[in-house]
Every structure is written in structure tokens, then in C-alpha cells.
Design a protein around this ligand. Sequence first.
Ligand code: URA
Length: 471
Amino acid sequence: MARHRVTLRAGADLDGFRQAVRWLIAVEAAPEDVVFGLADAPDLLGAGGIGDAPAIILPRGVGEMIGSIVCHRDPQRYASLYALVWRISRGERALLEVQSDPLVHRLERMWKSVRRDLHKMHAFLRFRSLRDATGEERYIAWFEPDHFILDAAAPFFVERFRSMDWRILTPIGSLHWDRERLVAGPPAKREEAPTGDAFEDGWTAYYESIFNPARVNPTVMRAHMPRKYWRNLPETAAIPDLVRTARAQVQDMVRRQAPPPVRRDPVKAVAAMATQDPTTLEALNRIIAAAEPLVPGATRAVLGEGPIAARIAFVGEQPGDQEDLEGRPFVGPAGQVLDHALALAGIDRGAVYLTNAVKHFKFERRGERRIHARPTAGEVKHYRWWLEKELDFVRPGLVVALGATAVLALAGKALPIAANRGPARFGERPGFITTHPSYILRLPDAAARREAEARFVADMRRIAVLGGLAS
Ligand code: URA
């Protein structure tokens, strides 16, 4: 029979869990002797109550993982997390790096699911505007998260919509930002949120205008924007019609056939750009976003992402297929490897700047698939002006080159990664050279992949220290 009962607040009770774990570790309670329960009124430790217990020092990355997984809906989350802390405290300090361990595997999946839920909430929540009795504009959004992520999602919306008065209503709680304070409120019902507003006609028209019938793939669309979010998004009302008429539209486009794409002359293109002199990152981004890809085909330029005063900037090669579709850097498979390594090194992805040497996806078409094609040295040179300007605006203390193309762009010459891996200088900028995360994905052998991943994580830990994010 379990000797210790811990009752935590329903939802994401990180403080309660932390306090309980300190105590359980101090009294050497083995995971099989502990039962975690959930209640609205927390009553920490049915047997005896919790006293003060010393803090536990966990390896980097574990705290972030715990903070995220307490938001998961699974009632077993606390028991699994306690098993993790218990094993780490018994000497398995590198446990999180053992991907084949069933507990680590289960926790990684839960972590990923919470991150995905957060990403969906950031991407698919839509505010509708309302005027109150005084004529003031207020915004209300309805969202149904899978997990208890409301508190974790809040900073993103405060940051983005600081000057608006908004409410987010969900079945697990609500948030109200009045332009100064954030106040948590009770769960809400869908009917309490408006279902449309004047802005939406414009938004739907915009969506229809950017919809590319030649690229329609309902399976991928559903993977990126699962159906459960559709009813809350104004643009989705247009999707069935757009999909139905896509084939006819493509045939029409083929009939009107555009002339074959012409490769642009990199020298002339650079000369044309040098006549423009943006004074802010936003202005630079507008120029990048408006520029045509050097090699035609990409959907859009994928801009850098992250805070302007980030201490560390990571430079990759070029956006991949998924980045091209979503318009954000490092959101595909290589991005997942990078995210995982950053998390293990205790680097918050949101605190660093991520960008690419080349801003457009270059690919070769094989049937339906778009296969990544490596940019030539001339193409890297073409985009170098943008990259340098971008880094001048961000002014990171450390610039990390991920792989050979980034090194070429930053150092201005090709350098072998193996011989130059580690701290570097790119002109005046302190830098660091490491592999590209997709190199790890391409290794055919699982053991080699594990080893390469461990080296990559070790590099990230050095980068965190050199960049001033860890000591
Ligand atoms: N590879 C990169 O170099 N950059 C991305 O954004 C994605 C994959």
C-alpha cells in the first residue's frame, strides 16, 4: 500500500509539485510508495503535512521539461515526473539523454504534446472585437486547449497584444488583460464568446487571395491545422470551396501558362539591394519579404525570429519544406532536433534569435515531393548582405553557425566543420561553429546518431555559457 499521498491542485500545479517533490526526496520516498491525487482544494500530504525541505539541483533542461509536463492532461503526469526526479537524484544524472528509456520516451511525448498545444493556441486563437457600452473596443477569443496551458500561453498574448483589452475564454479557465494587469478567471462556455466580427470578411478575403490551388493537400492541411480548430477560425469557412475548385483553378493556371522561370543574376541583385538602406530590422524584413527568390519556387522568404536583443543568434542554412509552408525558421524535423538540444542545454528557444543564411527554400521537384537542394556559393553570397544587416540590428553577443553553409555565409569562406568546431570569430563577431541538426538526422546508424546528438547537446551547453545564458 502507498505510504505517501500527495494531493495537488487540479490543473498545472507546478509549485505544489515542486514542494511535494522536495519533501518526498528528503524522506527517501520511492515512487512506488507515492500516490498523487488531484483536487480543487489542495491538501498537500494527507499523512503528516509537508515541512520545509531542501531544494533539489536538477540537470539543465529537466526543470523546463517538468514545468511543461505539469500542464499535461494525463493524471499520471506527476507520478511519471516524480519517477524521473527520483532516478536522477539516485545518480542517473544523464537520464534525459537516454531516449530509449521507456520513462524518458513517455515524458518526451508528453512534453512534445504540450509544446504542440501551446503552438496551436498561439497560432489558431482568433480575437473578435466588440464595443462595450462606452464605445471602447474590447477583444474576446474562445479556445479549447488539450492541456492545462493557459498560464503558460499567457505571456505570448500579453507581449503581442499589450495595447489591447482582451479576454481569452476556455473550458479550463479564462484570462483578462486590461492593458496593465493579467487576471485569471473561471472556466467559460463557448456561447460567451462572439462568433464573428467586421474584421473577418477582410481576413477571409485575404486567406482566399493567398490560397495556392496548385499546392493544396488536404492531409497536410489537416496535419498543420487539425479540424478541431476549424470552427473557431474565420478563414476555414472558405476551405471546402477552395479545395473543391482547386483542380479547375490549376488547370486554368496551366492553360494560361507562365513563362519558364528565369534565374536572376546574383551580382546585379546584390547591387540593386545595396541601394536600399533600411534603418530598422522591420524595414529590412520588409525588403527581404518583398524580394523574389533567387531560384524561383519558394512560397515566401522565411524571416529571422526572436527578440531583437537576443544574446545568441543561430544561423542555419535555408528554410526547408515545412519552414517554407509555415513561414517560420526551424519548425520542421531539423528544428525538432535543435529544439530538443536547446531544451537539454537549458536554452529557451524564445530567448534566442533564429535565422538562416539563405532566406528562401531551394528545392528540386520529384513528383509531388520537394527535395532540398543545397544553395551554391553564389547564392549564399547573394543573401549575405541581408544576413549581415540582420545581425547588425540584433547585435547578439554570440553567433552560432549551424553547418557548412552558415559558416560560408558568416566567415565569407568555406571551412571544414570537424576541424573548426567550437568557438570562432566571424569578422568582429564572437562566434561558434557546430554541425547542422539535419546532419544528425541523415546519419544512417542509430548509434552514430546518438553520439552525434550527444556532441550537439554538449556544444549547446558551451554555447549557453559563452552566450551568457548559463554559468
Ligand atoms: N534547416 C535550416 O537550416 N533552417 C531551417 O529553418 C530549417 C531547416
